[in-house]
Every structure is written in structure tokens, then in C-alpha cells.
Design a protein around this ligand. Sequence first.
Ligand SMILES: [Cu+2]
Length: 124
Amino acid sequence: MLTLIVNVAGLLLIAAIVWWFWIAGRSGKTGADRTVPAAGREILVKDGVYEPDRIFLPAGSPATLKFRREDPSPCAEYVLFPDLEVSAQLAVHEVTEVRLPAAEPGKYPFTCQMQMYRGTLEVE
Ligand SMILES: [Cu+2]
């Protein structure tokens, strides 16, 4: 009887893990909230991506973006907006505010210093 309970508990645990990594993980990366942030939302830097990786800002006024770096790898240390001549060093497990100047409408890519993390700022 005890063996049966242990086996059932093991199966439930496996099901929970599968659900967590597969279904929860996938829906988190494909939903609209990955591409369209609410104003003032933090941009998560983790596992090789910025999330969200498309940021929309109104044209003609300076803005501040908040990056939360949860990836300790050196790859994620800097975020660069080359077209805006902005770069910032991100501290691990902290939120770093990155100030952007007023910009013309257009698309401005942002990346880590090795261009492995990629995102797009859309000014409209
Ligand atoms: Cu990198």
C-alpha cells in the first residue's frame, strides 16, 4: 500500500514538472505580454532573452526603462542601444534604470554587448 502511494506521488510530481516546464513555460513565451509591455513594466533579462523583447514608446519624449537582470552570465552584463548612443551596466538580481533620450519614430534594436540578447525598441 505504501509503495502504491509513493508511486502515485511520484507520477503526480512528474506531471507537475512536465506541466511547469512545458505548458507554463511555453505559454509564457508566446503570449502577447512578451511583445507588448504595459508602461513602466520591468524588462526581464534571463535565459538568453529580454522579456518582453519588443518595447513600445511614444516619440518625442525621454523615457526610462527598467531592466531586471536575473542572468549572472557575463553575456548579460551590458545592454546597448547603439542608435541612441545609450549603454548601461546591469547589476545581477537588481533593477537598473536606463534613461533614453527623446527619439524619432522608428525601430531601434537593443542588445547585450555580444549581441546574443536581442530586442527592439519601437518608437511611434
Ligand atoms: Cu551577450
